[in-house]
Write a new protein. Sequence first.
Length: 336
Amino acid sequence: WLGLWGWLALWGVAPAACMQPHDLSASSRLPGLTSGKPNRSLSSSALNCTATSASFTSTGRPARPSSATSRTAASSASRLSGRPASAGNRSSIASSKGCHVMQVAARKPQEARFSRHPPINVWHYIPDAPCVLWGERWSTKVDSDDRASLPEPIVGIMTAMWRDSVRRGQRMLCILETCYHCEEHLRTTKHVPATYQSYGNMVHSLVTAEFPFVAMEAMHCSPHYAACTPLQRRIGAFEIYLVFPAGVPDSKSCQIRLVHSKLTSLKWPCRQNLHIRLTAGLPDVVARAQAVLSREWSQAEGEAVLREAEAWGLTGWDALDGLMDRVSAASRCVEQ
């Protein structure tokens, strides 16, 4: 019996040990996978700070990260937040007026490559199976200060929603990707559905009041979202996107800009900063139309801004109506 038990242990335990990967290459290592749970902070600087805090001193106590690393992590964590994270990055935000708007690109999930123990014999050989990590399939990756990447299905959904909006006559679209049906995962996330609804109403009121030429839609209410398989549902998301024609007003392609991301900043949007970011994320003619009203301008400049604004479809906007009245008054004065 002891001999039989030894053979069963040898043939039963050894395959299980060979099946577990023991080394993950540095190129495919992603945050939040060491404990089996995803990490929502995907900033590269924040990852460096996490790696530093995991080191230990000779006394056995965790080593404190350097001040430069902490400031870099705080700056990256607040890159898409509604408010500055600390006083260390207030100067950078003040220099750009808090306008951290990012150009969004589609990202195809890359398969992770694991290294395995060499098999003891031919019966222990296990073929490599494709594996796509959670962060690669679902996360928002911040590549630089002005670029971010999203999973390809989410970008396809927003592109299809923009084309429907163009057919309805509105070429600028604000899309809100938010967590919904929070009561289904209330025990594990402690989400408050009323909080998401409150901030959603704030974004809707801000867009409709300040930018009436921009249509507002929720991603999970679109039929293109329901038709996507698997369902692109990201728990805890409150992402704000701007979609409009790329380059010229009559372009058949669109560009997507990320205005605010709760998944990367872990913060809710601030109304004042959100208004600044929406202005910076829209085409340049929007900022020029607002700037003309606050300084001296010539009749030729005012007429050029009006023509460009009409080409983009900026109708029903108070700032544009005020500029139109001033240009008309200037034209009558010149004629007289």
